[in-house]
Write a protein that binds this ligand. Structure first.
Ligand SMILES: C[S@@+](CC[C@H](N)C(=O)[O-])C[C@H]1O[C@@H](n2cnc3c(N)ncnc32)[C@H](O)[C@@H]1O
Ligand SMILES: [Zn+2]
Length: 280
């Protein structure tokens, strides 16, 4: 791939190379290898590759709590290094799974910052980022041409059965039935769930927001996953004053709520990283 190639041409090459991973979300047939005029399944359903290189597999308009401003704020928070310890933990965890040339799906990748960083470290990996938000995926497409970005629904993943080695699912909804279908039998799910102190400084400044409990999410996870490791990642980062407004914008928690007090000078990141195999 050369630097002078356009994003869309790079995406045509990349999707063409890995087209056997994908299936049509409408009829479940595979896609044809020729990606020169978009992506077409064996039944003739056609999906566009956008100019900045992402594939749009959603045919109906979606309503979302997440808009461009929120995704832009998340990107700036990632760029400020707030999630760097998480990226390091996840890349080590994935390397230690020892899959070699592996295929990773970031399910609910948002604007793509996490997968962008993982791909830089796990250079042998084939990476797919999926989110239902076009705004998120549009920003992700601007990020990296080395990742296959798709607008798609977790409930109808456009991936073949047993096609993925690792699913990363950070602060996003899960669809265990679909995850089970697309993971190969030894494949692993890594779910990142907020802990009780996640964004504590923000929660304290919101009127009607109490302590967060991840018990329901964890109980559901435990029902579905044979857990092989569960780690808590709890740290504080200091926050330059100009980043506070991005913290406020990066979560739907603050929508329609009054924020009181001064900007916080530090931010707590409290996450549980749960890894395991989904019983077939
Ligand atoms: C809190 S954001 C997390 C985004 C990203 N993982 C991150 O940590 O920056 C939750 C994401 O889940 C996505 N999402 C929600 N429902 C979805 C669905 N049914 N299919 C795909 N993505 C979905 C949203 O669009 C949003 O980008
Ligand atoms: Zn089709």
């Amino acid at each position: 791939m050369t630097k002078t190639m356009k994003k869309k041409e790079l995406a045509q090459l990349l999707f063409g190379k890995h087209i056997e991973l994908f299936r049509c979300p409408l009829c479940h047939e595979g896609f044809l290898p020729d990606t020169s005029t978009g992506i077409r399944c064996q039944e003739g359903h056609h999906f566009d590759l956008a100019r900045n290189g992402y594939l749009n597999l959603v045919t109906t308009k979606q309503n979302s709590d997440y808009d461009r401003e929120l995704f832009q704020a998340r990107r700036e928070i990632f760029e400020a290094g707030v999630y760097d310890p998480l990226v390091t933990k996840l890349s080590t965890l994935i390397s230690d799974l020892d899959f070699g040339d592996l295929t990773i799906l970031d399910a609910g990748c948002g604007e793509g910052s996490l997968l962008f960083r993982l791909e830089k470290v796990l250079t042998q990996a084939t990476c797919v980022g999926i989110d239902i938000s076009k705004e998120g995926i549009r920003l992700a497409g601007a990020h990296s041409a080395l990742i296959m970005w798709c607008v798609a629904d977790l409930a109808r993943l456009p991936l073949q059965d047993n096609s993925v080695d690792v699913i990363v699912n950070m602060l996003s909804p899960a669809n265990y039935e679909e995850f089970r279908r697309i993971l190969q039998p030894q494949g692993h799910l890594i779910k990142v769930v907020p802990g009780p102190y996640y964004l504590q400084e923000l929660r304290e400044r919101l009127d009607d927001v109490g302590d967060y409990s991840n018990e329901a999410v964890m109980a559901n996870l435990e029902e579905n996953l044979e857990i092989t490791s569960r780690k808590r990642l709890h740290y504080q980062v200091s926050l330059p004053i100009e980043l506070w407004s991005q913290v406020v914008k990066m979560t739907p928690l603050t929508e329609h709520r009054v924020i009181s007090g001064n900007p916080a000078q530090q931010l707590t990141i409290d996450l549980e990283i749960v890894c395991g195999v989904l019983a077939k």
